[in-house]
Design a binder for this molecule. Structure first.
Ligand code: 8IG
Length: 278
């Protein structure tokens, strides 16, 4: 459903997110959700591990959400009840996301995250598929995001809002995830606007800067969630070696295939971690 816009900019992005949260509460009968998951390309299969949703609807039925633009992004919103260590949890799951490269501006990119926080979510789990810059990474390997580098020269925040990003990717949650799977590594994710993949020279630059992973999402959502007070977990699934790492060309089919192959492991990881978060 379209929100009120001027030149593609949401006039009142936080108010639009509040309206979207109210619509979701009406549709689900759930006044407050506890956590949100954004499932990126390659992660949609992992959601099966969460069980059967109590509700599912198309995101575009909710104010401010755009129709999906990428294969592997279904554009659905689901609500789940998940058993937690301290009682049942309500999870709001977004199957797919809007990316900066779609050219609609940054507001639709962060709308699901803001909606989730306005729906009550105290924790936002952002998943993505990405390119591996670090040469040791294998296709199909999940990596926790420890920190990021933004190369997009844009932010979801406007005005004199000097938000601290020192602990953007929650140390507390990363420790819980590593206690679930101690083979997990942590890395620095660099946000690239796309839609082109990088040149080999750009990947070399990123590696020199200290980046381990490269992708076209997650960073604006993490900032938007943190600015509204939510804790953030970012998990990347390496679905291809970044440009120039192996000499092979990059393609989206390989990304989808690597995601399918890893879906069961990623689902088990999420299922194991979520009950321990609250
Ligand atoms: I999947 O190699 C996936 N997304 N920028 N580079 C960038 N984004 C990606 C890549 C990649 N792989």
């Amino acid at each position: 459903m379209s929100a009120q816009t001027v030149d593609g900019i949401y006039l009142d992005p936080i108010g639009t997110a509040e309206k979207a949260a109210a619509q979701i509460a009406l549709r689900t009968g759930v006044g407050q959700h506890d956590l949100a998951l954004v499932m990126g390309s390659g992660w949609v299969g992992a959601v099966d591990a969460l069980g059967t949703p109590t509700h599912e609807f198309s995101a575009e039925e909710i104010i401010g959400f755009l129709p999906p633009a990428v294969e592997g992004h279904s554009g659905k919103i689901r609500s789940y009840e998940i058993a937690g260590a301290n009682g049942p949890l309500r999870a709001l799951v977004f199957l797919g996301r809007t990316h900066l490269y779609e050219g609609k501006g940054i507001e639709p990119v962060v709308h699901s995250t803001r909606t989730a926080v306005k729906a009550g979510c105290k924790i936002v789990i952002l998943t993505n598929a990405c390119g591996g810059i670090k040469t040791e990474y294998k296709v199909g390997q999940p990596v926790l995001i420890r920190d990021h580098i933004s190369l997009t020269a844009t932010s979801p925040l406007i005005g004199a809002n000097f938000v601290d990003l020192t602990d953007l990717y929650s140390k507390r949650i990363r420790a819980i995830v590593k206690s679930e799977d101690n083979s997990l590594q942590e890395g620095v994710y660099v946000h690239w606007r796309g839609p082109t993949y990088e040149t080999p020279a750009e990947i070399k630059m990123m590696r020199t800067m200290g980046a381990d992973l490269v992708g076209m999402s997650t960073v604006p959502e993490a900032i938007a969630a943190h600015a509204l007070g939510a804790e953030v977990l970012g998990i990347s699934l390496v679905t291809n070696a970044a440009a120039g790492v192996t000499g092979e060309k990059l393609n989206h089919e390989e990304v989808i295939a690597a995601g399918k192959a890893a879906a069961q492991r990623m689902g088990a990881l999420l299922k194991g971690v979520i009950p321990k978060l609250f």
